[in-house]
Design a protein around this ligand. Sequence first.
Ligand code: DX5
Ligand code: ZN
Length: 232
Amino acid sequence: MTPRTKPRIDDASGAPFVGASILSADFARLGDEITDVLDAGADIIHVDVMDGHFVPNLSMGPAIVSSVRKAFPDAYLDVHLMVADPDAWFRPFAQAGADLLSFHIEVCADEREALAHADRVRALGCAPGIAINPPTPQARLEPVASAFDLVLAMSVMPGHSGQAFMPEALERGALRSALPATTRLEIDGGVNPENAATVREAGFDLLVAASAIFGRPSEDRPGVICQLKGSE
Ligand code: DX5
Ligand code: ZN
């Protein structure tokens, strides 16, 4: 396996990162799939956690993160909590080895609760991220965004991989200029080599993709990841 150094999400270099969302991986071969996408150039591993309440689907829990952490001590694990009660899950995922825990603004009663969650995530030794769904007014997020290491704009309604990109999400790219340079602006859902340049130009510097990466054979993945980064 190629030696790796864990990337810093707050490096402020402006160079785009690619997150490979394992939601579309072959779960029977999860370790091999992660090795393959890291070797193909993915910067981080994005883990989609669904609770059957905030979204209708179920996906992965802390046991999977714990196994991935043991097998990949230097991988950056970006855990996207699509759950109704994130506070119940911060500690289990932090103990499992997550680097970053993002939760949704839609489940926060107000700004104070969002900021309290961010403090709790930091106290557990993880970076906090705040996610927003396509229909949610950006005004909900703006007062708290700079308290986070990552802002995650959904470009599909969360719940499944393989959905079509919602172009209205590009408007969230305007957040880039209002955020600290050390806060990443992530986009998640329907991102692929065809729309990646538009996405980067809109201001996003962390592009997550599941089906565009894992839906392709191993030999195609380095090229896909280069196209997502714009480094081909
Ligand atoms: C959607 C998840 C995404 C998803 C992206 O609920 O948050 O991370 O895996 O899948 P693609 O890239 O296939 O749209
Ligand atoms: Zn996600």
